[in-house]
Design a protein. Sequence first.
Length: 564
Amino acid sequence: MSEWWKKSVVYQVYPLSFNDSNNDGVGDLKGIEEKLPYLSKLGIDVVWLNPIFESPLVDNGYDISDYEKILPKYGTMDDFLSLLKEAHKLNIKIILDLVVNHTSNEHRWFKESCKGKENPYSDYYIWKDPREDGSEPNNWGSTFGGSAWEYVPSRGQYYLHCFAKEQPDLNWDNPKVRQSIYKMMTKWFELGIDGFRMDVISLISKNPEYPNAPKEVPYTKSYYVGASNGPKVHEYLHEMNEKVLSEYDVMTVGETPNTTSKQALLYTNPNRKELDMVFHFDHMHLDYGKYGKFSDIKFKMSDLRNVLSKWQKDLAEGWNALYWSNHDQPRAVTRFGNDEKYRDKSAKMLATLLHFMKGTPYIYEGEEIGMKNVPFDSLNDYRDIETKYFIEDLRNNSEPEEYIRKCVYLKSRDNARTPMPWNGNEKEGYGFSNGKPWIKYSPDNKNINVEDALKNPNSIFYYYQKLIKLRKSMAIITEGDFKLLNKDDSDVFSYVREMEEKKLVVICSFASKKVNFELPKELVKHISNSRLIISNYDDSNLELPQKLPLCLRPFESLAYYIEE
Ligand code: NOJ
């Protein structure tokens, strides 16, 4: 296979919030198709669509009730095929979200499974008898609150759900489940899709002993003890590869919570024939607090550097999926940059750092115009199931409202889910919809929107466009080896990519003041052969100045190419 995904940049579209073509307040497939020229202008190669399948939308589509039908709110199968065809004409590939750790409780398989132990779908899910006192089989909690087990009187048993109770976990140990999933995947590939992002794929194999979690483990993630990187996960993914993936020239990216870089290598080492790359969470955990994700803690640059460079090193034989944000995370510029005075500079700096590391970069919709977290007026404005659970939980713990508001503002998934602002006109629904949007618009849309970005040649949009173009013209960006520089610098994250005699030196300041940067001695001697290929200040020196150390301005980023 051609490994085209190594040279690609992926753009993530959250269909609910991208573009509404029929003014019902919800984005749709026709709306996405209308915006393909915009994506083509940005220069991306692949679009990843969050789930577009039939669903009761308890978890915005991650609860699928029919894998082979399009959610009517999004359109029809013909709309999807038209989107795929038009995207292909523009050389844009489409990958879909494969959510097969669980289904919706409205899925036909689950409804049948509930009927009783004799039903052909009886073992499609994970059913366990109650303990002697009638309680849950073990002490696992679920991601969105409450026990991970739900009792069904018709079976006199509990079923497992690592997420909401409306998202029962499939039983991958049942070969019929695996066959049904492979068949469904094959149907989508035969329609011409270009790959899958695989939801929580590290959870599909469970430890058959279903051990209790130690008390210290946070309740909502306690199922990790027996549900992440389970005994057969690699066997099943290898089987999936053999039976389905190997038949097509497609890409796969697994979402792998609770996975170390060593385990990730098992998923992504090409010799093992499992997945092409995985999303890890180590850099997403740097600002966790006593309630886990919802905290008001700020990450430390040195921790970020340690984590990202470790993954670069440990996955040298595999492949990294590079991301700052997605539909489950706050906005990158708010979290890792400075979304006020230095929004423009820090958004560009973050883009530089990410796009020049080794791996496939992912852009989350709106990141390319520097969208930031959303200051909703009231906690009632939030729509997300995870956020709602957190608010309730903290209120039960008598945390002050102000603290809850702050954590929600900093971490809610809804920060990433407000509609794309195509223009700055509130009366036109910011170009997203003429109907009432399913979630409020961000009040920042007047100043941060696509129309303005496209008019300004120095915008974040055009900076991303330039980064993507560079990837197409310089093999070192895809292939070069990664080496961290100045690992003790308190403000600057710098590294070099090396290929044959060529080098790409990337220097990114995280400071909001001027700082000096010492270029390592081994690079100083190459100064005369260097060329600045991109920087986020217009007047950066085009050649490495003879006068060292470099003085970097707030959030300045520089990338020098050195050819011997
Ligand atoms: C990860 C998805 O990205 C998230 O949005 C979803 O809630 C869970 N998996 C459950 O499917």
